[in-house]
Each structure stands twice: as C-alpha cells, then as structure tokens.
Design a protein around this ligand. Sequence first.
Ligand SMILES: Cc1ncc(COP(=O)(O)O)c(C=O)c1O
Length: 339
Amino acid sequence: MTRPSVLAAKLSAFPRLGLATLPTPLEPMKRLTAHLGGPRLWVKREDATGLGFGGNKLRKLDYVLHEAVTSGADVLVSGGVVQSNSQRQVAAAAAKLGIECHLAVYHGRLAPPTPEYESSGNALLNRLFGGHLHDVPWTGDRNAAITELGDRLREQGRRPYFVPYGVSSPLGAVAYASTILEIAEQSATLGIRPAAIVHCTGSAGTQAGLVVGASIAMPETRVVGIDIDAEPARVRSDVIAYAREAAGMLDAGFDEGAVEVVAGHAGPAYGVPHAATIEAIKLAGTLEAMALDPVYSGKGLAGLIALVRERRWPTDADVVFIHTGGTPALFAYQAVLGI
Ligand SMILES: Cc1ncc(COP(=O)(O)O)c(C=O)c1O
C-alpha cells in the first residue's frame, strides 16, 4: 500500500456529508515565484471549497456536521468574532442542511478597524444565510458563550449541536488531514515532492490535521504554521493537543517535533493587518488574481514571503501555500487596505 492509500483507508472510516466541493485545486503561482526568485510556489485553493464563499472550515464541517445530522440535532450553535469566516461557513452549511443556526458574535477581541467592519463581509453573509446572531462580549474564552447559548436553547426544548470556535476539535483535525491526501495525490500527478506546506494557523485544528496527515502520507514534507493570533505558544500547544487526539482516532503516530508555529507575522494583534499583510494581499492580487484576507490568509502569505526572503528553501524546491479562505473579510477592511 502507498502512504496516501494508507491515509485514504484510515479516513474512509469517517463519514462526511459532501457539503464541500473537493478536491480543491493545487495550482502553480508562477508570477509570485518569479517575483520572489524561487522556490517554486504552489497554492492549494481551500478558498474554493464552494458553499457560501468557501474556506477551510467547510472541510471540517463536512465531517463534523455528519455527527450533527445523525444525532438528530435541530439547531447548530457556534460563534466567532464579527468577521469570523468560521461562523459564516457554519451559517452557510446550516442553510444548506435546513437546520436553524445560532451564533455567539464576540465583540471586543479587536476594536473595529473600519466603519464597514460591523456590517459588511462575513457579518453581511451571516445575516444573508439566515443565522440568528447573539452579541456577546469577548472574554478570552472561545467556547464559553457558545456553550451557554446551547444550554439556553436546550432549556427551551431544542436539540442543539455544539460547533466549537473555528470548528477546531479532534474530529475537525481528522477531517483536515484529508487535505494532505489531496496534496499527496496532486503532487504525484504533477511530479513534485513539496519541501513544505505553509498556512496560517489560529484555533489550531487545521494545522493539527495537516501534521497528522503528513506524518501518515507525506513524511518528507514539513508543515509550517504561521501564527496569526499573536499567541504562538498557545497555538502550538493547542495544535499538539488536537493532533495527539486526531492521531489516536486515525491509529497513527504523532511527533511533537513536527509541530512548527512561526511567530512574528501576526502584526500588532489578531485581526489588525500591518504593512507586510497588505503587501502580501496586493502581491497575491496583482500577480496571481487571488483574493486573500487581512486577518488570516494575507498574514499567512506574509509569513511565507518572509521565509522565502530569509532563504529557508533552495530555489529549486517546491513549496505549497494553503489559501485557507477568508476572502469576504476583504470587503470589511477596505478602508485600511489603501486600494
Ligand atoms: C480564512 C482562515 N484561514 C485560516 C484559519 C485558521 O484555521 P484554524 O483556526 O483551524 O487554525 C481560519 C480560522 O478561522 C480562517 O478563517
């Protein structure tokens, strides 16, 4: 059995709903590669998962919401900041499944950076997709208000299904390991052996899935998470915790040494773009016609550009960037982009 087929066999034990459009494309970024002088850069288009403007959370929700549907839940409960891509994807999935959706919307994690922050982008789409929004203060505890919302609905006789902040959970990480299966198969078709997969990391489920998946199917490929929360130590310990549980669920080994969270590219704070983020967004737009966002994927690419400029990889290496989505947030940050 090849390594990818081992991962495929392990993942096949976990049912999914088919909400996400998969596999997502793996495309060359020839003009960005030429601009930076190598290595050869590729992009895995996780922004192209389809439903409700797509993004990395849909891949997690594909597996996680299977559990919701089979458990007989009649309402989904989740949450996030005003411009959360995660809750927008939960609202989109709920609309498609015909399940009511309640979202705890956290205020105060960051000061609104633009006048349009509260109403445009993901905030607009949450309403469009029929989400019931509950404004709550940010306390630093990502899941407490979501749990309280679920408890209130249960007291009213409802059967809520709890979707954690960022859809980050051990099952969410198992789901995200499926990205590695696709990259392994697409790399084989393209005849490349990526030295690294680089992506932005926050609530940690994405990176946990990538690390566990790579340990099974792409052990020579380094997974490099770019911290966008300005909390690299917290992110790394969350990645390790989810990865350990996901590895157990997939009956696979897991080495903490494989968890690399790169600090220094989050800008002044979560949700606040800085000059390097804006440079990355503009380069992706003008060279690759790719719309990144100022909170996640723009900072992720800023981190990758910095690593390329530090000569982390030889120019003939292949490096895959994951565009994790987040494009709608661009419209909520227009005033700070200077375009
Ligand atoms: C666009 C985008 N990219 C990346 C991430 C980070 O993924 P994770 O929270 O699984 O670390 C998120 C999470 O909200 C996101 O919305």
